[in-house]
Structures are given as C-alpha cells and as structure tokens.
Design a binder for this molecule. Structure first.
Ligand SMILES: [Zn+2]
Length: 120
C-alpha cells in the first residue's frame, strides 16, 4: 500500500487505523510473539514505528487496515453491528480476540485514555 493509491483519509479513518494498530501491537507484545517489525504500509497520519508487531500480527494488521479503507459504508457502523461482514472468518475471529484481549488489558492497566476514543 502506498500513499499514491490511498484516497484522502478522514480523521475518523485515521483514528480507526490507529486503534487497530494500537490494539494489535498491545496484543502482540503481551503474548510475547517473537520477531518484531513494522507495517510496510505508508499511511499519512499513522506512525507505524509506534506499533511494533510480529510477522503474523503484521499480516493481520495489513488485512484489517485494508478492510477498513475499503469499507463501503459511510458512516461506518460499529463492525459488530454491521451486516456486510467483510472480514474472512479466520480474521473475524482474530479481530474479536485482539479487541477483547487488548481492551481488557488496557483497562486493567488504567490506560483508559487509549480506550476512550475506541468506545465513545
Ligand atoms: Zn504478534
């Protein structure tokens, strides 16, 4: 993915991508996945170096970001209430696991600031 192929991103889209990257990175670190790297995607407003992930989590994150940017619905509903279900089953399970795990993880550590934008 390169800057040239991306449409102008809205603040909402960038925020969603940051949440995805943040939660995936928290999940990856907490599970001590070996071999951290960074997303190859060059997305304006998303500082990939803030979100180290292992190869497997990077595959997932790449996919999740692409799905988000291709979401045809505007305004986008909360994914769990969406009728399109654009995620492949395998990734759908994974995103639920990551969101649940990292949500609880951040909550327990008092990082409510990181959750605020996600839930409200
Ligand atoms: Zn990982």
């Amino acid at each position: 993915m390169t800057v040239e192929t991306l449409p102008d991103l809205s603040r909402k889209e960038i925020k969603d991508l940051r949440v995805l990257a943040q939660f995936t990175s928290v999940y990856c670190r907490a599970h001590q996945h070996p071999g951290k790297g960074f997303l190859a995607a060059n997305i304006p407003g998303l500082e990939v170096e803030n979100y180290p992930v292992c190869d497997a989590c990077r595959d997932f994150l790449d996919y999740a970001i692409e799905r988000r940017l291709r979401c045809p619905l505007d305004p986008r509903p909360v994914c769990k209430h969406c009728h399109v279900h654009c995620y492949k089953e395998e990734y759908r399970r994974k995103v639920r696991e990551i969101m649940r795990f990292s949500g609880q993880y951040l909550l327990k550590r008092g990082r409510i600031d990181l959750l605020w934008h996600y839930f409200f």
